[in-house]
Design a protein around this ligand. Structure first.
Ligand code: GDP
Ligand code: CA
Length: 336
């Protein structure tokens, strides 16, 4: 089975790790995986820091799928120290609010060296993924585009509107400055990375994990041609709600949704994506058991909907979420 996942960082990575567990890649003694999972990652959060290129969502995917992520944090490497970034802060250099672990830094140094040699981001990502044997786990990690596309947030300043890099708004200001809008700087020059359109065209199912609908999945869909390829694929497109019990499970996704005028409910996010048959990008939607009224409302509108516990507290729980999402696929194609 060929599966494509359009992913952000933590939510998408935990979901994809569950998907791989469900598909059996982790079964002891299993031979080459029978499935092909392609993850198309948001690169809108990428930034230059201390002279190195940091790709937060690609790195979270790399470490989570490679089995070396710092589990409680959700990002960074387990058992790493912050001696280097602490020392940099003592020099007063750069952004001391953005923690870069020492092992994480090695990834950024390697990436930056290859980028400087002229290797496109997709090739760089393949080299990084090779070290963690992602292919052996049945998964291919692709950036949404090779060209830099950076999400900036327009907020009110003393002298009118000003733009902040997304990570500065999110990490430094904890999304507390009211966003007027999100801008994808550079998106007009971006094209889907090699392999992205081919994967969508050849997919048996496309999954939208419970990633941030605005600054993760929304950014991926903003790459010219990518949304059209999703709309055109013969594969069913199934999404998982990132809203559980009327709130984002972690992070401040509600601030992003509010900025684009979408309520933080499972039903509002589904309607924001829209049904493919009506000009949107989705065929079916998985809603958490804490949001049953949302599921009922969507069903009344004709949506194919499933209800399950979608909290990915560990790998088996995430595997169950992925299993329910996959089971929705045939229903999605039947149109409910
Ligand atoms: P980021 O790039 O690290 O912010 O990660 P993503 O964009 O991939 O995912 C972030 C979103 O995942 C958050 O807005 C949450 O709403 C959602 N999320 C995180 N954990 C869970 C979970 O266990 N279940 C569900 N349904 N959603 C989750
Ligand atoms: Ca992110």
């Amino acid at each position: 089975m060929r599966v494509v996942v359009l992913s952000g960082g933590v939510g998408g990575a935990r979901f994809t790790r569950g998907l791989l567990a469900h598909l059996g890649a982790d079964a002891p003694g299993s031979r080459a995986p029978a499935h092909e999972v392609t993850v198309v990652a948001n690169t809108g959060d990428d930034l230059w820091l201390h002279g190195v290129r940091v790709c937060p969502d690609l790195d979270t995917l790399l470490y989570t799928l490679g089995g070396v992520v710092h589990e409680e944090q959700g990002w960074g490497r387990r058992e790493e120290s912050t001696r280097v970034s602490t020392d940099l802060a003592a020099y007063g250099v750069g952004w001391d609010w953005f923690t870069l672990g020492d092992l994480d830094l090695s990834t950024h140094l390697a990436r930056t060296q290859w980028l400087r040699e002229g290797v496109p981001l997709q090739g760089v990502t393949a080299r990084l993924a090779a070290r963690w044997d992602l292919a052996g786990r049945g998964v291919r990690l692709l950036p949404m585009a090779d060209e830099p596309v950076e999400t900036h947030v327009e907020v009110d300043g003393d002298e009118g509107p000003r733009l902040l890099h997304f990570e500065e708004w999110w990490v430094r200001h904890r999304a507390a400055l009211r966003p007027r809008r999100f801008v994808q700087v550079g998106v007009e020059d971006a094209v889907p990375a090699p392999g992205v359109l081919e994967a969508l065209a050849a997919a048996d199912v496309v999954l939208l994990p419970p990633s941030n609908p605005v600054v993760s999945v929304g950014t991926v869909l903003g790459v010219p041609g990518l949304r059209d390829a999703l709309v055109a694929t013969a594969a069913p497109v199934v999404g998982v709600s990132p809203v559980v019990g009327g709130a984002p499970v972690r992070g401040m996704a509600d601030a992003c949704l509010a900025a684009i005028g979408v309520e933080t409910t499972a039903a509002a996010v589904a309607r924001h994506y829209g049904r493919r048959s009506l000009g949107g990008v989705l065929d079916a939607w998985l809603v958490d058991g804490r949001d049953r009224p949302d599921a009922a409302a969507l069903r009344a509108e004709g949506w194919p909907v499933a209800v399950a516990d979608t909290l990915m507290v560990d790998v088996p729980a995430a595997a169950r979420v992925a299993a329910v999402a996959l089971a929705l696929a045939p229903l999605a194609l039947a149109g409910g």
